[in-house]
Design a protein around this ligand. Structure first.
Ligand code: RP5
Length: 168
């Protein structure tokens, strides 16, 4: 089984956040790999990964980092693949990482999700893959239906609350 998605993080200290992305890809039966590489501490290895990812069959890269979060942008500069950036709340409530990742120069985009929003990064990756994979598209449609069902059930529960005099 060859990975379609790489989850790459600046440090294994980011792993607790990235687990949500891994769990979702697992649930969608999308083959993925995980790596910890740093744009500042291991720049040569980051370049090696980024320049070879497309040829290795990777379709989407989820890149997460905290602080002066250069990793997603540096990877985006060295691959034609879509890169989804996850700012990690490591310092300054993640504002530093958010701005580092989202403010890319024209021509080199990083699709940036919210601070620590690893699940949304994986959902976006699945949406991209679903464009050309009917099985993934079907599983994703089932997931969306389950979200709708959850809200329908929540409203049924709200309707059962009867201990307010003015609730109609
Ligand atoms: C970033 O620095 C990492 O992505 C992490 O969020 C932060 C701290 O890294 P460690 O010092 O915990 O390895 O590069």
């Amino acid at each position: 089984m060859k990975p379609l998605v790489t989850i790459i993080m600046g440090s294994t200290s980011d792993l607790p956040v990235l687990r949500k992305a891994a769990d979702f890809l697992e649930a969608m039966q999308v083959p993925f790999e995980m790596k910890a590489l740093s744009a500042h501490r291991t720049p040569a290895q980051v370049e090696d990964f980024a320049r070879n990812a497309a040829d290795a069959g990777i379709k989407v890269i989820i890149a997460a980092a905290g602080m002066a979060a250069a990793l997603p942008g540096v990877i985006a500069a060295m691959t034609p693949l879509p890169v989804i950036g996850v700012p990690i709340d490591s310092t300054l409530q993640g504002q530093d990482a958010l701005l580092s990742i989202v403010q890319m120069p024209p021509g080199i985009p990083v699709a940036t999700v919210g601070i620590n929003a690893a699940l949304n990064a994986a959902v976006l990756a699945v949406r991209i893959l679903a464009l050309s994979d009917a099985d993934i598209a079907r599983r994703y449609a089932d997931y969306c239906a389950s979200l709708t069902e959850k809200i329908v059930k929540a409203n049924e529960q709200l309707a059962l609350i009867t201990d307010y005099k003015y609730k109609v």
